[in-house]
Design a protein around this ligand. Structure first.
Ligand SMILES: *Cc1c(COP(=O)(O)O)cnc(C)c1O
Length: 431
């Protein structure tokens, strides 16, 4: 399989090149030249299949020509070594719990898969490869955990000093080994700028092999299609009129779902659920795409003002606004709404959601039609956002043991100012 850039001004790339590069040279996002349709027999027996079985079939369709089968099987199984249960809240509404992985957010799936695929493609390199990741919290921890101890790969995480939660900081700074956290005296935008400057710096690129691990990388977003099949499988044989409500920021998660649908999975429609950073819902409504600086909200992993995977969504719908709007409905919820739906879901269903999942739930409450079955993606464990969830619900939230463990470890971070020279000097001190 070859991969083209959504900007159509870069040469076709192999899977290996696309994964190592991340972004195409024309700054577009890589897309597979075709999305394989899976056989009818696969869908007929879906409800009998386990998550790793489903994952391997889907991965094999996409990557089978480029990754050796036994390696791909191992890589998929290692990625999916935790449960992704579908929890029934009512006759019509289900929660797909994506937070049972090591860092308690859905990004574990993409983070783990990408780490293993990158390791596969660089196994014969004699030089270490450096994975640079700027994070406002959640991405960094999934990447750190996914890449921990992977041979030949060094991870450098840049996070803004004082601007991530205590739990998040512990998840970023306590790994050690091949993971280094840089505590940048600046904002998330400064962190992102340093990473971009590093990629544009020819000397640094010559002296170090660099790559990035955000959701523009196709090895991170494509595996996010696996659990859509698994969710439908768990609904059972007769499930129909299925609507997925996806709490979205950069729209990598929703794009994963669109790939599953394109391959033949019976999904009736999607809801793009956002906080007040509603650039995509606005586009669906009006046809105008107006990126703008992000606004801080209680669902902060979705505080995105210029959703990067929108380019992939447009590409999948061949730039046809009406087609996209017929299949995806936008929904927006502000902070007051997030609080009231966190409460409502608890009172009505005795279910504790996190602020992101609460938006997905709210969208179903508002937009689900009779006879439809709604699944919202619960993208993080409520304990990751314990300040909000405890305050709103007025009760103690249990912290899972794997999160608690991070809290007991010692923070190790390198403090740096936000200017590029210090970042560059830091790099050369590694040689
Ligand atoms: C990253 C994240 C999202 C947004 O996912 P996208 O793929 O960027 O749309 C939603 N919820 C949580 C908890 C996240 O960490």
């Amino acid at each position: 399989m070859k991969y083209y850039s959504t900007n159509h001004k870069a040469p076709l790339a192999t899977l290996k090149d696309a994964v190592i590069r991340g972004l195409a040279p024309d700054k577009g996002l890589y897309m597979p030249e075709s999305i394989p349709t899976l056989p009818e027999s696969f869908f007929k027996d879906l409800h009998k299949k386990s998550l790793p079985e489903i994952g391997f079939t889907v991965a094999n369709g996409l990557f089978g020509d480029d990754v050796e089968k036994t390696a791909l099987k191992k890589l998929t199984e290692e990625t999916l070594n935790f449960e992704i249960p579908l929890v029934k809240l009512s006759e019509q509404v289900y929660s797909l719990e994506l937070f049972h992985g090591p860092t308690c957010a859905f990004k574990d799936v993409g983070g783990r898969f990408m780490a293993r695929m990158l390791a596969y493609f660089t196994q014969n390199n004699d030089k270490d490869i450096y994975v640079l990741t700027a994070t406002s919290g959640d991405t960094g921890s999934a990447v750190a955990s996914g890449f921990y101890n992977v041979p030949g790969i060094k991870v450098i995480i840049l996070y803004p000093k004082g601007k991530v939660s205590h739990i998040q900081e512990q998840q970023l700074t306590t790994h050690g080994k091949n993971i280094t956290a840089l505590e940048i005296d600046g904002t998330f935008d400064d962190c992102q700028k340093l990473v971009k400057e590093a990629f544009n710096n020819e000397q640094l690129r010559n002296d170090f092999m660099l790559t990035s691990a955000n959701s523009i990388n196709l090895a991170r977003f494509l595996p996010q299609s696996f659990y859509y099949y698994h969710a439908v499988a768990q609904l059972g044989e007769d499930a129909k009129d299925i609507v997925f409500s996806v709490p979205s920021g950069n729209f990598g998660n929703l794009t994963g779902g669109l790939f599953a649908w394109t391959s033949g999975l019976a999904i009736k429609r999607f809801i793009a659920a956002t906080n007040v950073n509603d650039i995509v819902p606005e586009y669906l409504e009006s046809g105008e795409f107006n990126p703008r600086p992000s606004i801080k909200t209680l669902a902060n992993a979705m505080d995105v003002g210029n959703p990067s995977n929108f380019a992939r969504m447009l590409d999948l719908f061949k730039n046809d606004h009406d087609k996209m709007a017929a299949f995806i409905t936008g929904y927006t919820l502000d902070d007051e709404g997030i609080k009231s739906y966190l409460k409502a879901i608890y009172e009505k269903h005795n279910y504790i959601a996190d602020p992101h999942g609460a938006i997905g739930y709210a969208a179903l409450e508002k937009l689900l039609q009779p006879n439809e079955t709604g699944i919202f993606l619960e993208t993080a464990h409520p304990a990751k956002f314990i300040d909000t969830t405890e305050e709103v619900l007025g009760k103690k939230i249990d912290i899972p043991e794997r999160l608690e463990l991070y809290l007991k470890k010692k923070k190790e971070a390198v403090e740096l100012s936000a200017d590029f020279q210090s970042f560059q000097d830091y790099f050369y001190s590694l040689k």
